[in-house]
Design a protein around this ligand. Structure first.
Ligand SMILES: C[S@@+](CC[C@H](N)C(=O)[O-])C[C@H]1O[C@@H](n2cnc3c(N)ncnc32)[C@H](O)[C@@H]1O
Length: 285
């Protein structure tokens, strides 16, 4: 039986037919917290709905209501509100053998990006040097450090709240010898890394809107034998070509060559829009 049906059965005596049909189909769990989205017509019933979730999922400790999107340069949740259970928004969420500790009301954790979080680590070869430009709480740096033979990851994060949890996560996962966290704007920090002689086998540019304005500085990390750039963006349907062209144009202007190694779908981002990643290999001409 689908979860929505179970929920509807549980609330059969408290909600009317119309309300039952508006119940959400899915939900997200982060650690032991359930996050739901509700049709606004059900807002005044949120308490009894939250109680039904807790009854059906007894291992969970609280229910929060997500009423917004992920916004701004720091990619923060707009409006996540406590409804019921233990009112503590800090979770330890385990995924792919990695623990992510963070505050769910202040920091995003997209369930749609799960495959990409797992997949990147499988591409990394032994001894690689990686720069993760938009590290967040360690979305990519932690699984790569845990599951690949990477030598070192320089991980840059601007938002103090994310950076604080990132430092905790490095410790929680015992990855202090592999991950070198840097607090700051990656546009400036990658140039500093480059000036100190660091070159990367792989650069992760995992944020969107596509970080076009950061490409020129990121190119300062290119190795003589070439560097792979994982460049994220949102495209119309599967038309990733303009996204590749914008990256390629800048690399050519800066005196590099760029080849599209592969590209993949991450998640749907609204009608006709998809979140994708391009694997762009860049080398000196
Ligand atoms: C939320 S992550 C992207 C999520 C990730 N793609 C995933 O799969 O879950 C993006 C991070 O980049 C950070 N950020 C934004 N601009 C930045 C900058 N100029 N320098 C460093 N970090 C930045 C944000 O604070 C945020 O934590």
């Amino acid at each position: 039986m689908s979860f929505k049906k179970k929920l509807a059965e549980k609330l059969n005596n408290t909600l009317d037919e119309g309300e039952l049909s508006l119940l959400p189909r899915g939900f997200q769990t982060l650690g032991k917290i359930i996050i739901i989205k509700l049709n606004s017509k059900l807002f005044d019933k949120k308490d009894i709905i939250a109680q039904a979730y807790l009854d059906l999922l007894p291992k969970m400790r609280a229910v929060y209501l997500n009423m917004g999107r992920i916004v701004g340069t720091c990619r923060e949740p707009e409006n996540i509100e406590y409804i019921m259970g233990e009112d503590d928004p800090i979770v330890e969420h385990k995924e792919h053998d990695v623990i992510y500790r963070f505050n769910i009301t202040k920091i995003m954790f997209s369930k749609g990006n799960i495959n990409e979080r797992k997949y990147l680590a499988t591409l990394v070869k032994n001894g690689e040097i990686i720069v993760d430009m938009f590290a967040g709480i360690g979305y990519f740096s932690l699984p790569i450090a845990k599951h690949s033979g990477v030598e070192r990851i320089y991980s840059i994060e601007l938002n103090p709240e994310s950076y604080k949890f990132f430092l905790e996560n490095i410790k929680l996962n015992h990855l202090e010898k592999i991950i070198f966290p840097i607090k700051g704007d990656c546009k400036i920090e990658v140039v500093k890394l480059s000036e100190s002689g660091i070159r990367a086998d792989r650069v992760i540019m995992g944020v969107f809107p596509a970080p076009k304005d950061y490409i020129r500085e990121a190119l300062s990390l290119v190795k003589d034998k070439g560097t792979m750039f994982h460049y994220e963006g949102v495209v119309e349907k599967d038309n990733f070509f303009p996204l590749f062209e914008e990256f390629k144009e800048i690399t050519l202007k800066e005196g590099y060559k760029c080849e599209l190694n592969s590209h993949r779908f991450v998640k749907s981002y609204g009608p006709h829009l998809n979140h994708v990643v391009l694997d762009n290999f860049v080398f000196k001409i």
